[in-house]
Design a protein around this ligand. Structure first.
Ligand code: 5RP
Length: 221
């Protein structure tokens, strides 16, 4: 990560704070950009009720800041979910899961009114797919899922030494040029043994706060 990317991550994390309603429970993503957001959230923790974490590591960082971590099952719809992305298009379709938290991220996103994506400029792409699409897989289905992915034109690679918070494995799919992310997301969901795939197209972001040369660019859907 370059210094510029790092500065942009910090800037968009700060900018996201204005989307947090007073008295709300906030959905919080995973990764280095989300970590900057958690640090910003800590500064206004007395103004929120708590947060839903999209991973164990995020839950830990929230607790370190003495922000209450709320069980998603104990609340209804979240007003906002703030998270980073590995790639994002102008249509606000994303690849996520570089940190392996895609399943919980997708669950939190599904239960949220407004998904605010915070990203440095390097994440903006015209076509998704240069970043490999992660899929979380039930371990006994690894070979079967890999064969099915090859039929779809992808090259699956096991993420070595990595187990998800849900005790599953990750296959990273290389070599895809994703012209129709909604269709590919649905096709991957059809493969038995895949728990979740890292395409966030059917439920993309509502707002993108993107690091830019001069300040922050906001894209809204
Ligand atoms: C984790 C994610 C992250 O949002 C994504 O990997 C971006 O990470 P970072 O903010 O560190 O660049 O999907 O599963």
């Amino acid at each position: 990560m370059t210094q510029l990317q790092d500065e942009q991550k910090r800037a968009v994390a700060q900018a996201a704070i204005r989307y947090v309603p007073i008295g709300s429970v906030v959905g919080v993503g995973t990764g280095s950009t989300a970590n900057y957001f958690i640090d910003e959230l800590a500064k206004i923790k007395h103004k929120i009720e708590g947060a839903v974490a999209s991973s164990e590591s995020t839950a830990q960082r929230l607790r370190e800041h003495h922000i209450e971590v709320v069980d998603l099952n104990n609340i209804g719809e979240l007003p906002v979910y703030i998270d980073g992305a590995d790639e994002i298009t102008e249509h606000l379709h994303m690849i996520k899961g570089g940190g392996g938290a895609l399943t919980r991220e997708k669950i939190v996103a599904a239960t949220t009114k407004k998904f605010i994506c915070i990203a440095d400029h390097s994440k903006l792409v015209r076509v998704l797919g240069k970043f490999p699409v992660p899929v979380e897989v039930i371990p006994m289905a690894r070979s079967y899922v890999a064969r099915e992915i090859v039929k779809l034109g992808g090259h699956p690679v096991l993420r070595q030494g990595f187990i998800t918070d849900n005790k599953n494995i990750i296959l990273d799919i290389h070599g895809l040029q994703i012209l129709n992310p909604t269709e590919l997301e649905a096709n991957l969901n059809q493969i038995t043994g895949i728990v979740t795939n890292g395409l966030f197209a059917r439920r993309g972001a509502n707002v993108l706060l993107l690091g830019a040369d001069k300040g922050i660019r906001t894209v809204e859907m």
